[in-house]
Structure formats: C-alpha cells, structure tokens
Ligand binder design. Structure first.
Ligand SMILES: *[C@@H]1O[C@H](CO)[C@@H](O)[C@H](O)[C@H]1NC(C)=O
Ligand SMILES: *[C@@H]1O[C@H](CO)[C@@H](O)[C@H](O)[C@H]1NC(C)=O
Ligand SMILES: *[C@@H]1O[C@H](CO)[C@@H](O)[C@H](O)[C@H]1NC(C)=O
Ligand SMILES: *[C@@H]1O[C@H](CO)[C@@H](O)[C@H](O)[C@H]1NC(C)=O
Ligand SMILES: *[C@@H]1O[C@H](CO)[C@@H](O)[C@H](O)[C@H]1NC(C)=O
Ligand SMILES: *[C@@H]1O[C@H](CO)[C@@H](O)[C@H](O)[C@H]1NC(C)=O
Length: 832
C-alpha cells in the first residue's frame, strides 16, 4: 500500500497544560468521543472528554469475537493512546446520530506495547457506511512509531437512516485494533460551497455521499496550530516542509486580532491565526520580479482531491493592489486574482475550493502562486492556508481501488460519483439530455442569488512531508498554455452544443449575427456567437478579435472560450453569464430590484473591467459601446463587461473608422466625440457616467415617452445633481436605503464622468476609486445605523413622480438585440 507515508500524519501529544482556555463557538448536534480501551472517561488537554466505548449506552458495539482491551500505563498518564481495543473478528460500532448529513469521523491508532498481541503487525480494514477508509492497513508498513490520527468526512443518511456504521475487519488470522473514535456532526452548510474543477470548467457541488479524507492542512508562513488554537480542534502544520524553494518565500504576519470575517463567513472556516500569517514572494516589490512560490504535496495517484485555499490580504496597504495568479498542478486555478475584490476589505478572510484529479503515474499536487504577466505594478503573491482532502472514488474507497468489504452487504455502488459524470465522456444522448436539462434549469432559474459560502469543516493533524522533488522557481518557460485562452473548437462540437443552432436557444441577435446559449462537451455553459457568413467585412474583425482577446484576460471582462472558423463559419464562444445584462436587473423585467450595495458592486466590477481595458494591456483599448446591456452579470451578480471584442485596427482602417459615422449607442454617446470625431478613453468614461445615472434612476438612458426635459437620463439627472438633489429622482425601490454620503459621492462621480469635455473627465481608475468609496460609505452606515432611525438615509417623502418609471419604453432596440453580443469595435487610440 505504500501510501501511508505521504498522507498519514503524526498526531501531536499536546502538552498537558490543562489551564489553557478553549474558545469554541462550535456546538455540534452529534458528538461521540470514545476512548476504546479505557474503562473510565479521559479528559484531553484541549478540554474534550472521551468516554469509554465498552458499556457506553450511546453507542452500539458488537463483534463476532471477543473484544480485548490492552493498556500500557507506564507513561503514568492515561490518554487515548495508552490503551486500545482489540478483536480477532469483525467489530462493528453503530452511532445513531440526530443529524442527517456529513459527519466527521476521526480514528486514533497507536500500537500499544503488549505481551500478548503484536499490534504493530496487525493487518485490517476499516469501512464506514460502505466507504472503504483503510484497506489492509498495518502499522508495520509505516516505519514509525507515532500515534496516528486519521480524519474523514462521511455521510449519514440515505438508505442507512441515521446511523454511522463503522466496521473493523482483521485480515486472515490477524487482529484489528483502535484506540479512539470521534464522530461529530459537520455544521450545516460547511461543505455546500461549490468547487471549481481544475482544469477549469463549471463549478459544482460535491454530492454528500462522497467521503473525504483529510490529507494536508497547512498554515502558510505560520507556526503549527494545535486543537487549542482552533474552534474545531484542527491541527494546522507549518508549510516549511512543502516549500519547493524556501528562499522564494518570506513569511509575513499581523496581529490575529485584526483579522475580519466577512458577514456570512464563520470563524470555523479557519482560525484567525491561519489568516494572520502568509508566505509572500521574497523580494516582492522589486520590479520585474517574476517567479512563483511553489509547494509540493505528495498524494496517492488515481484520486480526486478537494483543495481549499485560504487567502487574506495582510500585505497590502490599499485595496486592489495585490493581484496574482494561482496554479494547481501547472494549470491555472485563479487568474489575476484580487482578494479585495471578494472581500472588499483588507485583512478579511476568504477561501475558495477546487477539485483536481491526480492521474495515475502522478503522485503530487503542486500549488503555486505568482504575479501575473500583464501587470505594471509591483509583483507579489500570497497564500495563507491550504487544505487538501482526498475524495472517495467511484468504488467508494479512500484507500486504493478496493470496493467495499465482505461484511457490508450489497454490491459496491457504482456510477454515483459525481467526478465520474463530470470527467467521463458521455454518450451523445446523455449529453443532449443534459443540455436540455441544463437549459431548462437555466431558463427556469435565471438568477440564483447565492450569498457568501458557509464555512469550512474540520479538524486535523500533522504530517510527515518529504519534499525531494525540486521544481525550480526560476522562470521556467510555460509549456502549458493558460486554459482560459480561446481554443479552436470543431464545428461538430458547436453544432452539438447549440443543438444544431436551435432557434429556441437564441439569447440575442445583433448586427453580426445570432447569439445562442449552449453547453460544451465538458459541461461548460457558453454563449455562442455565430457570424453571418455572407459578411466579408466581418472576417477581418473576427480574426483580429481572436488575436486581441487572447491578450485580454480579466475577471471583469467576459472571456472568450474558443472559436471556430471551419467551413467559412465565424463563431466565437464566450463564457455564459447567467444573470444576463445589467439593464434587465434595473427595469423592464420582473427580476427583483437590486439593492444599492449590489448596484455599487456591479458598477465597481464594470469599472474595473473598463479600467483594465484602458490601462492593463500594452495598448490602451477603448470599448466604444459602454451601456447597461453590455454589462453582464453572472448568477452571483458579478459584473463583466461584454462586447469588448475588439479589433486592433490598422492605421488606415482606423482612420476610416474615425472619420465615418460616429459609433456607439444613442443616449450614451460622448458629445465631445461627436463634435471632434476623436476617440479617447474618456468617451467610455462619459458612457459609463450615463450607466451610473441609469443605475441610480432605474430607467432607460433615453425614454422618448417622457416629457422633453426628462427624455435623456444624463441631462435629467445632471439637472438634479447640480442642485444637490439627486435623491429626488432615485429609484423608488432604493428610497430609504441609500446612505446620503454614499449617494453624494456617487452623484459627484457620475457628474464628473458626464463632463462636457473629455479632458475634464476622470480616468476610469479614479472613477473606480470613488465608487469604492461610495460603497464603503454605504457599508459603514449599515454597520452603524442598523436599528436606529435611518437618519442617514434618504428620507422617504418628496419622491418626485417620475412618469413612465419602470416602463420599458425604449428607443434603442439595437441594444437589446446585442444583449449578449460580444462584438464591438474597439479602437486603438494611438491611431486617432
Ligand atoms: C487470506 O488467506 C487466503 C489463504 O491463505 C488467501 O488466499 C487470501 O488472499 C488471504 N486474504 C487476504 C485478504 O490476505
Ligand atoms: C519566518 O521567517 C524567519 C526568518 O526567515 C524564520 O526565522 C521564522 O522561523 C519563520 N517563521 C515561521 C513561523 O515560519
Ligand atoms: C495556541 O494556543 C496556546 C494555548 O492556548 C497559546 O499559548 C499559543 O500562543 C497559541 N498559539 C497560536 C499560534 O495560536
Ligand atoms: C480523472 O481521474 C480518473 C481516474 O484516474 C481518470 O479516469 C480520468 O480520466 C481523470 N479525468 C481527468 C479530467 O483528468
Ligand atoms: C509541472 O511542471 C513542472 C516543470 O515543467 C514539471 O516538472 C512537473 O512535473 C509538472 N507537474 C505536474 C503535476 O504536471
Ligand atoms: C508559475 O507557474 C505556472 C504553472 O506552473 C507557469 O505557467 C508560470 O509561467 C509560472 N510563472 C512564473 C512567473 O514563473
């Protein structure tokens, strides 16, 4: 079995300082703590009391042979490792739980010295609720003599009702033994967060019948944390043994008391001690420093692993200054990741879950963080904590390929493992069925607002790491292209994905052609834009767009997944944005009204995307068609700018474009551009100002049905803004919920964007900063006011009657048509 070395961990004999305080916020529904070889209760130094297993009324214990207890009290202290329970036959523990769902199962093993039995040579298997945890396990193979703590997560429920059945089965003529058992319910929601597969595909949730085994739990840049330092009695080991090149990393730490847990995130995710320390790039902030910090973890091949990363920006002095990439096994996991975009604060805890397949012949998980390529700011990257858990395989085993056991009746349940579904090739029938099901689901639930994920799980131990594999941290050439880059898709796959361009899947129509919703073979839901083949003119734009898009990667830009130019087709495949255009969330649909905070966050996201377009790439790019239908949101209301599908036009083409008709959408058009026919980034800023006003008032940019002075939202809003009375035309849904200062900041920002001349308008970076400030003002007011009167908020009375409010009388039909459209002419300002 050779796998014990890598993923077994030493259990710490914690110092017996009994006076230490346990801070535990976690009060489990079920908690069985058994010391199997003892006849009386034992209190551990972390405050937990383990009761004897034999004669325990709460636990069913049966065996088809004698159960013997051995103990060795030479140490003078009794703890769960000084005694063990032994049997020559199968021993079955039955725990009747009150809670259905996932439970932690922790098994303690130590081969107690004994004259009659040789526990070290015992060979046995352990099965819990049909999942093989250990198969032919023996301490003799471990070549070490420390107590062993194995931690699992196993489902209780389903056909087994509310029972966790644990079976120990000795192999031929051998014995089985165990020292201690913990069965503790996992607080609800702790594992329900969705996981992102690597290589990246759509996120999903791990089904509850899949069992976990904790393999590593690491505190980056910090000390070992014992159960006393963790509300869930986990052990976090130091990352030093796993660092590939120790000089590449430098530990940083802050006062743990300064760590914030954003609303909805529990302290149980990880102790503040984990978030208060990190490894950052050694010599970070030296310009042009480009390398990854790498950690290598040895794991058993042929399994799927759950990888939870803990981040907390304790190194930056301002938001959005730390942006880095994260790789797992040389594959991109997070690109241009900005912790503060998730937490909206520094020193705030954040975690994210991945699953990665460790194929046969590979024995490691390589985790790397490093600076992105497209950055001119100072490179740095951090990681605060990491947990790696093995997932049970389709044979329901966590130890080799062995399907359950002879004692747990019933054939091994196959086909129930989600990874199998995700990763295996499906017959085309199944695929079609899946596509239809997915589409149905998406159409029926266009917007599933899931708030922050609940916390993590549990406890666990230390590990013996051996890091003999050295990977140079210098800049080794990247042979693996980033997975996000557009790839060539065969036409057949596109046909399949869109059900032969099924008209019912059309989600938008634009000048370029139609946009379909589809699902690729790998399960990724996409928006497929099919160019009109008769348009020769489109070809140049198509080609240059692909070329340019490969250089533009940003979490606030809708990204290109692939393209197809077979058979004269011009097809671009983009990531699908489940929430659709921002406009739909503002008016003209029955979607619930967005809160002020959500609106601010969406504007901030879009501003980040535009800021990146303007400054992130080597050549600045002008969007030219910023409007609420070109800002798309995903199911979590993260905003991305679409239709940035640009053309890097040559100078001559560029010239013609500039001198021909002014492009853009009615109502969003920069008057300065109109006058001077000169395009700059500031034209986008103007359009963005219109978007801000539209967001504030929840009405179309142009509404010809309104009285003349109200037709244009920018003019109408500026009329009130100049008098400092913007609150008068606020979306009625927001009245009473918007902090005055936040609104003032927002109004001033929009006003500056709408300045008459381009050079009077701020850059997108300033707009972004001001919006973030407006968000902070709003959040601060929510925190401080809460139950008091909403003195800080816009008073309810004096709402101006706004005729036609919410009624979608629109003139710019064209904008609806291109809702998911992703083409627009972006121009290279250098050519102007
Ligand atoms: C048990 O012993 C029999 C006969 O010696 C052998 O065939 C079988 O493989 C053994 N089983 C295990 C699990 O070692
Ligand atoms: C942090 O780095 C210093 C200097 O390299 C080292 O002495 C110390 O042990 C490190 N601390 C931890 C917790 O790794
Ligand atoms: C862990 O807990 C112990 C005992 O409560 C305390 O002395 C120690 O400072 C803590 N260490 C860390 C890193 O939390
Ligand atoms: C995942 O691992 C399984 C088992 O080794 C393998 O059959 C499958 O092809 C892998 N899938 C991916 C996407 O690597
Ligand atoms: C990652 O890349 C490095 C260097 O190219 C290579 O040595 C290593 O085997 C790769 N690891 C995996 C898991 O692919
Ligand atoms: C970091 O690692 C990834 C994946 O192994 C690689 O593609 C990338 O080039 C590395 N970055 C640097 C700066 O070495």
């Amino acid at each position: 079995m050779g796998n014990q070395n890598g993923w077994f961990f030493t259990c710490l004999f914690c110092a017996l300082s009994v006076q230490s305080v346990v801070y535990s916020s976690f009060n489990p529904v079920d908690s069985f703590l058994l010391s199997c070889g003892e006849s009386k209760s034992i209190e551990l130094d972390d405050g937990r009391v383990f009761e004897p297993a034999i004669g325990n009324s709460k636990v069913g214990l049966s065996s088809n042979s004698h159960i013997v207890v051995v103990s060795n009290t030479e140490l003078g202290v009794s703890n769960i490792y000084t005694s063990a329970q032994i049997s020559t036959g199968n021993t079955v523990y039955t725990f009747s739980t009150r809670q259905i769902g996932r439970h932690w199962l922790r098994l303690h093993f130590y081969p107690v010295e004994n004259s009659q039995y040789n526990l070290k040579s015992a060979v046995f298997s352990v099965v819990a609720n049909g999942i093989t945890l250990l198969h032919g396990f023996s301490f003799s193979k471990l070549r070490r003599n420390n107590p062993l703590l194995k931690e699992y997560v196993v489902e209780v429920g389903g056909s087994r009702s509310r029972k966790l059945v644990l079976t120990l089965s000795p192999w031929n003529g051998s014995i089985a033994f165990i020292n201690g058992i913990e069965v503790v319910s996992v607080p609800s929601g702790i594992f329900t967060s969705s996981v992102v597969p690597i290589p990246s595909a759509s996120a999903f949730e791990i089904p509850t019948h899949v069992a976990f085994e904790t393999v590593y739990r690491v505190n980056m840049g910090g000390p070992v944390l014992t159960p006393k330092n963790d509300t869930l009695w986990r052990i976090w080991e130091s990352d030093q043994p796993f660092l590939v090149n120790a000089v590449s990393a430098r530990n940083v730490s802050v006062d743990p008391g300064s760590i914030k847990y954003p609303a909805g995130e529990s302290v149980d995710i990880g102790p503040n001690w984990v978030y208060a320390t990190a490894q950052e790039m050694a010599d970070a902030n030296v310009n042009d420093q480009k390398f990854n910090i790498s950690w290598v973890f040895h794991v058993e091949q042929g399994f799927t692993y759950f990888v939870r990363m803990h981040f907390c920006d304790i190194v930056s002095i301002a938001l959005d200054t730390l942006v880095f990439n994260v790789y797992i096994n040389n594959q991109s996991a997070l690109e241009s990741f900005d912790i503060s975009s998730k937490t909206m604060a520094l020193s705030a805890a954040y975690f994210i879950d991945f699953v990665v397949n460790v194929s046969m012949g590979s024995y490691q998980i390589l985790v790397q963080v490093g600076p992105p390529n497209l950055r001119n700011s100072q490179p740095n990257a951090i990681l605060n904590g990491l947990e790696i858990m093995k997932l049970s395989n389709p044979s329901d085993s966590l130890d080799g390929k062995f399907a359950a056991n002879p004692f747990d009746s019933g054939p091994p349940k196959r086909e129930k493992h989600v990874m199998l579904i995700i990763f295996s090739c499906l017959g085309s029938f199944a695929l079609l069925a899946l596509i239809s099901a997915a589409i149905l689901l998406y159409f029926c639930h266009p917007k599933k607002t899931k708030q922050r994920r609940p916390p993590a799980w549990l406890p666990l131990p230390t590990h013996i790491g051996n890091t003999e594999t050295k990977v140079s941290t210098g800049s080794y050439a990247s042979t693996t292209p980033s997975l996000n880059l557009g790839r060539i898709l065969p036409f057949s796959e596109i046909l399949e994905a869109t059900n032969n361009f099924d008209e019912s899947l059309v989600i938008g129509v634009g000048g370029f052609g139609k946009v379909y919703k589809g699902m690729l073979e790998n399960g990724v839901v996409v928006a497929v834009k099919r160019g009109n083949p008769s348009s020769h003119q489109g070809l140049v734009e198509f080609k240059t767009e692909i070329e340019m898009l490969s250089k533009l990667r940003h979490r606030h830009l809708v990204s290109l997944i692939g393209y197809c130019e077979e058979l004269n087709e011009m097809i671009l495949v983009y990531e699908f944005m489940a929430g659709g255009p921002l406009r739909k969330h503002l008016y003209g649909s029955d979607l619930p009204p967005l809160t002020w905070k959500q609106r601010l966050e969406i504007c901030i996201g879009a501003a980040k995307g535009l800021h990146y377009l303007h400054t992130g790439a080597a050549d600045s790019i002008i969007h030219r068609d910023v409007k609420t239908t070109n800002i798309l949101v995903d199911e979590y209301l993260n905003a991305k700018v679409a239709d940035f599908g640009l053309s890097k036009l040559g100078p001559t083409l560029d010239q013609t474009h500039v001198s021909t008709a002014v492009k853009g959408s009615f109502g969003y058009l920069d008057p300065d551009y109109f006058r001077r026919q000169q395009l700059t980034e500031k034209s986008d800023v103007y359009s963005f100002g219109v978007v801000l006003m539209e967001v504030l008032c929840a009405r179309p940019a142009i509404n010809p049905a309104l009285p003349r002075e109200q037709v244009n939202v920018a003019e109408w809003a500026m009329h009130w803004q100049r008098q400092g009375k913007l609150g008068q035309i606020l979306d009625p849904h927001l009245v009473g919920f918007v902090n005055v200062n936040s609104l003032r900041k927002f109004g001033e920002t929009a006003e500056k964007c709408l300045a008459e001349y381009g050079n009077e308008r701020p850059a997108m970076g300033d707009v972004l900063w001001n919006l973030e400030y407006a968000l902070q003002l709003q959040e601060a007011s929510i925190e401080t006011v809460e139950d008091e009167n909403s003195a800080n908020c816009i008073p309810v009375p004096h709402v101006m009657p706004v005729d036609g409010y919410g009624v979608d009388i629109v003139s710019d039909h064209e904008s609806d048509a291109t809702s998911t459209g992703v083409f627009s002419q972006l121009m290279n300002p250098k050519g102007r």
